[in-house]
Design a protein around this ligand. Structure first.
Ligand SMILES: CC(C)(COP(=O)(O)OP(=O)(O)OC[C@H]1O[C@@H](n2cnc3c(N)ncnc32)[C@H](O)[C@@H]1OP(=O)(O)O)[C@@H](O)C(=O)NCCC(=O)NCCS
Length: 175
């Protein structure tokens, strides 16, 4: 296991995943006030900038407490946040739950697949996770396809959502 006091920056072919800061509040607010994005994980889209500020504070605290980590997704050479992804919550050496959202204009380009591959690798390699879970609504087609593309398996249906998971041993064969 590594010491994660320093927020880890992850780099992929097209992306940089970095810490979300107070300067990103407008971008976070913008994406989380889009009903097409938030209908899959919030009851109501954000209506006030303070909600974005509070969420960023929450992410900070989870990082400090080593119980959750969420990255800002940015394109290389651009600092603007185009989405987020993370493991919230996680337990070192145990399991983590993956979450993700992307600004609509960037859907259909493979960006989230690329970002999540890095986040998942971080979870298994640096947080020593044994498995990663994901809950997604049964009619969230993009999310279902994405999880299956990344090697997650559908375990069960609970009410109107599916529970997916990716185990360490299985990840080693799909990565
Ligand atoms: C879920 C979400 C992140 C999926 O976004 P996405 O862009 O479909 O996912 P990916 O980044 O994997 O991209 C896949 C698409 O890019 C295309 N693509 C292009 N290049 C690609 C590449 N190198 N690798 C993979 N896919 C690629 C694929 O063909 C696919 O296109 P299609 O949509 O026309 O079939 C997005 O819809 C979203 O933010 N939804 C709202 C929030 C949400 O539902 N969160 C999850 C809650 S559980």
């Amino acid at each position: 296991m590594v010491n994660i006091k320093q927020f880890p920056i992850l780099k992929t072919g097209r992306l940089i995943l970095r810490q979300i800061t107070a300067d990103d509040k407008e971008a976070i607010f913008c994406n989380f006030s889009d009903e097409a994005v938030t209908r899959w994980f919030f009851d109501q889209p954000f209506s006030e900038l303070q909600q974005a500020e509070a969420l960023i504070d929450e992410f900070d605290q989870h990082f400090v407490d080593e119980c959750g980590i969420t990255w800002a997704i940015t394109l290389k050479d651009e600092n603007d946040v185009i989405g987020t992804c993370g493991l919230e919550p996680y337990q070192k050496g145990g399991r983590g739950e993956i979450g993700f959202d992307l600004v609509q204009a960037y859907w259909g380009k493979g960006i989230m697949s690329e970002a999540l591959r890095a986040a998942i690798a971080y979870g298994f390699e640096c947080l020593s996770l044994q498995g990663i879970d994901a809950d997604t609504y049964c009619d969230n087609k993009r999310s279902l396809i994405l999880l299956e593309r990344l090697g997650f398996s559908k375990r069960e249906q609970v009410a109107d959502y599916f529970r997916f998971s990716l185990e360490l041993m299985d990840w080693k064969t799909v990565k």
